[in-house]
Design a protein around this ligand. Structure first.
Ligand code: AP5
Ligand code: MG
Ligand code: ZN
Length: 218
């Protein structure tokens, strides 16, 4: 199963990708997570990415393309992978196609999580992430057992820097000016499927299981 998850900030791409990655035992590749790790570790990529991420803008194509090209070529991606947050521009989508053509493993489906503004705001304002292992919670929807602590590792939960209201507004603006081209690109290839981003986690998972059966995606 080779999937791309598209959708606005807070659509639940990361949350659904994690569930699918466990269900199908394939890697979850989130460019946002990889970049946040790089920022935290102050690597050259992280130093470059930080200013763009802080503003809610896009990190330059060549930086993310190189990260993803390296990642999907690793052996654990042979039987499948879930790309979360990549591609976000048409240039990224074309670069991904050429990388996957070389690896002889084209994308099966692109899931576009179409999500209402109310859901986006409710989800992002309540999101909390583990500083240690990046597990994601929501103060109301998916609360941790102990307030402020990660269920998995006990790490401190924090609010992502780019979840501040002003940065969220910019992320949505950037999303609206770039991702529609990516949606059109995959629609033209016939592999785009639109899914409601407003369903709860289990509902979305059940919906996707049925969709994969129908599309014969394994
Ligand atoms: P990234 O980390 O990818 O951010 P994003 O696309 O804005 O998406 P989010 O992670 O905010 O939302 P999500 O859809 O994953 O939602 P989640 O599952 O967490 O990118 C961050 C930055 O990195 C970008 O701004 C850019 O600078 C850079 N970047 C990344 N990729 C790039 C690229 N390809 N090119 C250039 N730059 C790039 O859910 C949100 C909340 O809702 C959580 O609290 C969760 O618990 C809760 N929730 C999730 N699903 C449900 C549900 N079904 N029901 C109830 N609650 C739910
Ligand atoms: Mg995410
Ligand atoms: Zn943790």
């Amino acid at each position: 199963m080779k999937l791309v998850l598209l959708g606005p900030p807070g659509a639940g791409k990361g949350t659904q990708a994690k569930v699918l990655s466990e269900d199908y035992n394939i890697p979850h590749i989130s460019t946002g997570d990889i970049l946040r790790e790089a920022v935290k570790a102050k690597t050259p990529v992280g130093m470059k990415a930080r200013e763009f991420m802080d503003r809610g803008g896009l990190v330059p194509d060549e930086v993310v393309i190189e990260i993803v090209a390296g990642r999907v070529a690793r052996p654990d991606c042979k039987k499948g992978f879930i790309l979360d947050g990549f591609p976000r521009t048409e240039a990224q989508a074309k670069a991904l196609d050429s990388t996957l053509a070389q690896l002889k493993c084209p994308i099966d489906l692109v899931l576009y999580f179409k999500t209402s503004v109310e859901t986006i705001i409710q989800r992002l304002s309540g999101r909390r992430v583990c500083r240690n292992c990046a597990a994601t919670y929501h103060i109301r929807n998916i609360p941790p057992k102990v307030t402020g602590k990660c269920d998995l590792c006990g790490g401190e939960l924090y609010q992502r820097d780019d979840d501040k209201e002003e940065t969220v507004r910019n992320r949505i603006k950037v999303y609206e000016s770039t991702v529609p081209q990516v949606i059109d690109y995959y629609e033209a290839k016939g592999i785009l499927r639109t899914v409601s981003g407003d369903m709860d986690v289990d509902e979305a998972n059940a919906y996707l299981s049925k969709l994969f059966l129908k599309e014969n995606i394994k």
